[in-house]
Design a protein around this ligand. Structure first.
Ligand code: BGC
Length: 680
């Protein structure tokens, strides 16, 4: 302990031996650290790094945001690919694209010399009003899990650590540093935890970020039940936990150490040497607790190759055409066509002369009026941004005249929506209105009177009300914040080069009071506590069960073609524990355009001893089909897909009886139905 080593001696120490077993390297380094050095390693410095321990050549471990691209500095001097918002990526329902995104962004992390990406953000979209809805994936735990697992695998394929955040129930920004999310065990098990758990069990996530809020009265960073018991105990997580930036502000040093918080970021506060020494000397924690926290952190340091010869690590790259192409592809597949009366889209360049282009979001780009990227910590700075208007101009060049006068145009496109300003889609505050800004509503209403073919393209990251204008317009496209290639992706969808195939991953309510979290102040935003009184009835589980008609349901999205569903076959009529059922469906492209369909499988428990949602997503597949082509989609189901969390016995159970298997094009467009009998 505390020996001085020469550089040569360090090179000869067991932990530097790449051929030695990982755990032996970890234990060797851990055994050489003094208590003071362990204190030092427990907190960050300079916003994004851990502290070096020169005596043992322990280099700083570096981590950057975020969910939409790497942000290596806050001034925008280090450029990187700006990928579409997570909600757009999720709307592709394409795990392969999540993997590709993860891999690409990790290559950028490697290129800037960092080791961990502070992403993905996988909090459940409990309310459309959360300022960070755009950064998260969905309201549904199953879809959340599939996409989170793919993203983490993509990131870690490059030996870059993913940091899954924010663990857990950080579902609003209002009072985020103090509020306690009061949530039932069943809702935790069925809704809020599954994706987090799957990133550990199925993708071996190397890091978790704790939440700012309390969960049932205890802050995330000192929550023994969440960290030591569930994450590390039940799920056997081998990675380390990091606090959200300053999330330890109201926490207690010894409790954090005991709960399993390895790293306090961005700087030493609760984990500064003085506090650590005091808590230790007073018996607040044991060295063994701290050892476990440090062991986890250094294990990940080894996993990302911090001690290996850089030449042996995956190569980084940044701002490459390949990464930009992934950004564009994600947006092209994530755009959701919400309304398309009289097939007014796609526009045909050959029989249109003038298009009027209006709306505040037309010119969002670095060069334009504001940037598409932003909204808090997930901002990043791309080398260029194609604004919606740029994309349109490029496509129409020498073919169609762009004007600002709807009455003279064959079609009018209004780029409406929100922005990353405070009170809209931005971190730190929740949205201040569910409506579009009033001047946009007026613009849409006025324009629709002047041009019968008015198309609204929404640039935003969370559901908005449309009731007072949607009937006046012919088409509505949800284009989200589509990353640096947004304009090109939007143009390719509007003019039919790409057939839209995205589907909503969150219900769009007609009015906010229809939404499950918006019953009263108690349920949103709460005061010192916010009560998740809706329990498991989040998103479509609530709308279905309460029979409330949404504006657009979960899983909804139109296409320029049509799909027909036939021949539902279930290979077993009776199943028991251990069986796997194969559900197959023939899907045909019955229209004229090549297109992609997202086939969704929902399970419905016909009779249950406890209240269950009307249906729950348990499988999906995206298939690409030429006109007249048919493909057979096969989805497998297992016992777990029929289970619920029983709070009386504190475990997952399946009850004997009949379950309906619903196959749909959205959660409210069920095309085929079959049933199985579960018998234990
Ligand atoms: C956010 C995190 C982010 C961190 C570092 C916090 O405010 O909640 O998501 O990773 O800042 O920027």
């Amino acid at each position: 302990m505390n020996e001085k080593y020469s550089e040569d001696q360090i090179q000869g120490l067991p932990f530097m031996d790449k051929n030695l077993d990982l755990e032996k390297r970890v234990e060797d380094l851990l055994s050489r650290l003094t208590l003071e050095e362990k204190f030092k390693l427990s907190s960050g410095r300079l916003m994004w790094h851990t502290k070096p321990i020169k005596r043992l050549s322990v280099k700083p471990f570096t981590m950057y945001d975020g969910p939409h691209g790497v942000r290596a500095d806050t001034m925008g001097e280090i450029k990187s690919t700006y990928f579409p918002s997570a909600i757009c990526r999720a709307a592709t329902w394409n795990p392969k694209l999540s993997y590709d995104f993860g891999k690409a962004v990790a290559e950028e992390v490697r290129d800037v010399g960092a080791h961990m990406l502070l992403a993905p953000g996988i909090n459940i979209q409990r309310t459309p009003m959360n300022g960070r809805t755009f950064e998260y994936q969905t309201e549904d735990p199953y879809l959340n899990k599939v996409l989170a697992v793919a993203t983490v695998k993509g990131i870690q394929s490059q030996k870059i650590a993913a940091c899954v955040k924010h663990f857990v129930c950080n579902n609003q920004e209002t009072n985020r540093f103090n509020v306690s999310s009061e949530v039932s065990e069943r809702a935790l098990q069925e809704i809020y935890l599954p994706a987090f758990k799957a990133t550990v069990l199925e993708a071996d996530a190397w890091s978790f970020m704790t939440c700012y809020n309390k969960v049932n009265g205890i802050y995330g960073s000192e929550n023994t039940n969440l960290l030591r018991e569930r994450l590390m105990g039940e799920w056997d997580f081998r990675g380390f936990t990091v606090s959200d930036w300053n999330a330890t502000a109201y926490a207690n040093t010894a409790d954090c150490v005991k709960a399993g918080l390895s790293l306090e970021m961005p700087t030493a506060k609760k984990y500064n040497k003085r506090n650590m020494r005091k808590a230790y000397q007073e018996g607040g924690f044991k060295e063994e607790d701290l050892n476990d926290n440090i062991r986890r952190l250094i294990r990940v340091m080894f996993l990302v190759g911090l001690y290996d010869d850089e030449k042996t690590l995956p190569k980084g790259s940044r701002n490459t055409p390949e990464h930009q192409a992934i950004a564009r592809k994600v947006t092209e597949e994530g755009i959701v066509l919400l309304k398309n009366d009289n097939d007014s889209l796609p526009l045909n360049l050959n029989n249109i002369k003038k298009i009027a282009v209006l709306g505040p979001n037309a010119n969002l780009s670095i060069e334009g009026d504001g940037i598409l990227s932003g909204g808090g910590s997930s901002v990043n700075f791309p080398p260029y941004e194609i604004s919606p208007l740029d994309g349109l101009k490029e496509k129409c060049l020498n073919k169609v005249e762009l004007t600002k006068i709807p009455s003279e145009a064959d079609a009018t496109i209004i780029f409406a929506g929100l922005s990353h300003d405070h009170g809209m889609d931005a971190e730190g505050e929740d949205r201040n209105s569910f409506e579009l800004p009033s001047e946009q509503i007026e613009l849409i209403q006025k324009t629709a009177k002047e041009c019968t073919n008015t198309i609204v393209i929404l640039i935003n990251g969370s559901p908005i009300a449309m009731n007072n204008w949607i009937d006046n317009v012919s088409s509505v496209v949800e284009a989200w914040y589509g990353g640096m290639e947004a304009g090109n992706a939007i143009a390719s969808v509007i003019f039919g080069d790409i057939n839209p195939s995205g589907k909503l991953t969150i219900t769009f309510p007609k009015k906010l009071s229809d939404s499950p979290a918006h019953v009263s102040r108690r349920t949103f935003p709460g005061d010192d506590k916010v009560f998740y009184d809706e329990g498991i009835f989040v998103g479509y589980r609530h709308f279905d069960t309460k029979d409330i008609e949404p504006l657009f349901p979960f899983g909804f999205g139109l296409s320029y073609t049509t799909f027909s569903y036939e021949n539902l076959m279930i290979d077993k009529k009776k199943i028991g524990s251990g069986d796997v059922i194969k559900v197959s469906i023939d899907v045909t492209n019955s229209g004229k355009f090549e297109g992609k369909e997202i086939v969704q499988l929902y399970v419905q428990d016909v009779e249950s001893s406890v209240e269950r949602p009307t249906k729950e997503l348990k499988g999906f597949e995206k298939v690409s089909l030429h006109p007249n082509e048919t493909k057979t989609v096969i989805i497998e189901l297992k016992k777990e897909d029929f289970s619920f969390y029983n709070e009386t016995v504190n475990s997952w159970v399946v009850e004997n009886g009949t379950f309906n298997i619903l196959i749909g094009s959205s959660s409210r467009d069920i095309r085929l139905q079959g049933e199985i009998e579960y018998l234990e």
